[in-house]
Design a protein around this ligand. Structure first.
Ligand code: FES
Length: 91
């Protein structure tokens, strides 16, 4: 069975599953996760969420977030992949 991680949206009843190869946005779209999107390449920030628990990696070197935003836990799900179960919070 393929490895997959559970993605939970904090404060909501929404949960979806993500395999390591899928971006969190694509996993959300496939699982009715309800994440917003526009550019889907890490520049518009429409998908921005806060990572409360878990680990991710990025498809691109520096997604459209400032160093401060990254330090605060903000991520861009359209270019991020799960590396563990995650808890996300929408802004
Ligand atoms: S959809 Fe544009 S940054 Fe994620």
């Amino acid at each position: 069975m393929a490895k997959r991680f559970q993605i939970t949206l904090a404060g909501e009843s929404t949960r979806f599953w993500a395999t390591p190869e899928l971006t969190l946005l694509r996993a959300s779209l496939a699982g009715n996760g309800g994440l917003l999107s526009s550019c889907r390449n890490g520049t518009c920030r429409a998908c921005r969420c806060k990572l409360l628990q878990g680990e991710i990696s990025y498809l691109i070197e520096w997604p459209g977030l400032s160093a401060e935003e990254k330090a605060e836990g903000w991520i861009l799900p359209c270019v991020a992949q799960a590396r563990s179960d995650l808890v996300l919070q929408r802004p």
